[in-house]
Structure formats: C-alpha cells, structure tokens
Design a protein around this ligand. Structure first.
Ligand code: SAM
Length: 295
C-alpha cells in the first residue's frame, strides 16, 4: 500500500449528496461502522451513511486505493483517520446553551472557597467553554481555570481563536459582555449594547483567554483523562452519541476526576436513570447534575 507523502494535506470537498456513488455492501458497511464505534464511540446515524460513504470514496480515490485497502490504511495512518473523523462528528453548539445548567453554576461557583478547576467536555467551537469562563470570571471568588477538550482539531482551532460573529453574541447575557468581549479597533464598548451591531467579528477578551486551555482528547480513551482534582465537569450534548455502556464507562472516569464537593453537569436526557455510589443528584429544576459526596 503506497500513499503519496503530501496526500494527507489534500482536503477533498465533502461529497455532493445528489451525485450517485457506489454504496458499500453489507459487509463493508458493518466493518466501517464498527471501526467508527470502537474508535470514537459514535453510532453513525442512518442519515449520515451515504455522506460518509461518499467521503470515503473521495479519499480512497485520492489515495489510489480500493475500499478495503483504504480501510486498512486509516487504521495505521492517524492523519488520514483524523480527516474522516472531522466530517463525522456533530459540532452544533451555542453560547449559554441550556440556561438552567448555567443558572445552577452561577449559584454554585460563588460557594467554592478555593480556585475552581473546570473541564468543558466536548467543547466544539468553544461557545460552551467561553460561556463557562464568563460565568466563572464573575462568580468564582477565588479564581478559576478551564480545561476544554474535543476530538476534532478543526473545532479546537476555532475555539482557541475565540473569534465569533455578532449574531452569536445575542445569546450572551448583558452582565457578562462588559469584561468578556473585545471589540475590533475603533469601536466603542457602547456598541455591545446597541441593537444594531457592526458586522465585524468580536473576540473573547484576554483576561479570559489566559485562564482557558484547549486539548484534543478522545473520550473513548477516558481511562487516560489528563485532568485531575476538578471542581466542575460540564458535559452537555456529547454522551448522546455513545452507546449506553460507553456512556457509563465515560461517566465513571469523569467521577474519578472530580474532587469531593465537585459538580458534574450533564445535558438533560444525556444519561437518564444513572446512579453512582460516590455521586448524589443535585436538585435544580431543568438540570441533570450530580455532586461528588464520597471517595
Ligand atoms: C454537539 S457538540 C456539543 C458541544 C457543546 N458541549 C454543547 O453542548 O454545545 C458534541 C461535541 O462532542 C465532540 N465529540 C464527539 N465524539 C467525541 C469523542 N469520542 N471524544 C471527544 N469529543 C467528542 C464532537 O467533536 C463535538 O464537538
């Protein structure tokens, strides 16, 4: 099997769904789906099957390989695999997504008597992470740091830049805008409150950027989580893509990373009827959250 050395830098356009393609046979589909599930935990939804097959076919043509040789290649060539993963995962996100979870944190953050270390799990393009940073900047009285992780390098790059359109700022409560948003040169802070904003982007302010660290991390490697002794783990809209037993394994690993008194906030419906001997359900309307009460 021969792959030209510069091939991995060729980003082929994602396939046009109207174009006919050679569908995988049953055996090929089963092999690819189980590879995806074992590597990234994702059960490929039916609706994505044909898009994924087109993507594989584009890449195998570029590599000059047939489907089974390409299947073998992605298992040993991490950059080629990463390119496929980038197109598979769902990156939908928003600032202050699911308000009740942030209301719970707003209340809890001020109760910590030491610096608060937070993990934003499956951070996508960073809106969740920067929302947490805005909240912690105002309410964590003894300082904070945030570790944010995702499997996709392309979303992590967007997150690190912290550069967003004004349309996205609509979701950020007024109380957090003053100190957390930087305007492009030549614009007054009053523009932040004006109903008609400029069309230029804005950036997360330096004061927050100094406290936030982004890492690529695959949750299927949850036994090797690089973070420890955390006060808050925020994991919303991530576990829904995993099978029940993988969700349990990941949650067990997250619990091990929390300090006693630490809080695990999940998306509602992320893991119904989960319980863990070290965790106690926190009652706050509209949330799915747990506090670590035992070692
Ligand atoms: C729908 S987004 C949720 C973003 C954010 N947490 C929110 O609620 O707005 C799910 C994110 O999980 C990431 N993800 C999916 N599988 C993953 C895995 N195995 N390891 C780490 N991150 C993963 C995706 O790349 C994606 O950015």
């Amino acid at each position: 099997m021969k792959l030209s050395s510069n091939l991995t830098s060729v980003k082929a356009p994602v396939g046009n769904t109207d174009q006919p393609h050679d569908a995988f046979d049953e055996e090929q589909s089963a092999l690819w789906h189980s590879l995806i599930e074992s590597r990234i935990g994702m059960i490929l939804p039916e609706i994505q099957h044909s898009l994924f097959e087109r993507r594989v076919q584009e890449r195998m043509k570029l590599c000059g390989l047939d489907v089974m040789s390409y299947y073998q290649l992605v298992q040993i060539h991490s950059l080629e695999w990463q390119q496929l993963v980038e197109d598979l995962v769902v990156h939908e996100t928003a600032f202050f997504r699911h308000t009740p979870s942030f209301e719970l944190l707003e209340h809890r953050l001020s109760l910590f008597t030491t610096p608060v270390h937070i993990w934003s799990v499956g951070c996508s393009t960073g809106e969740e992470t920067w929302s947490l940073a805005m909240l912690a900047h105002k309410h964590a009285l003894h300082g904070f740091s945030i570790m944010a992780s995702d499997i996709s390098e392309s979303v992590l790059n967007v997150a690190r830049n912290g550069l967003y359109s004004w349309r996205k700022a609509d979701k950020i409560p007024e109380a957090y805008r003053e100190n957390c948003i930087e305007l492009p040169a030549g614009h007054s802070k009053r523009a932040l409150h004006a109903s008609s904003m400029t069309t230029q982007d804005w950036q997360v302010s330096d004061v927050l950027r100094q406290k936030v660290f982004f890492h690529r991390f695959n949750l299927m490697d949850s036994a090797d989580v690089p973070f420890r002794r955390l006060q808050i783990i925020f994991c919303q809209n991530v576990l829904i893509y995993f099978r029940q037993f993988d969700r349990r394994d990941i949650l067990d690993a997250l619990v091990q990373r929390l300090d006693i008194g630490g809080l695990l906030v999940l998306g509602p419906g992320e893991m119904a009827d989960w319980d863990h001997p070290a965790m106690k359900r926190v009652k706050h309307a509209g949330t799915l959250a747990y506090e670590r009460v035992k070692t």
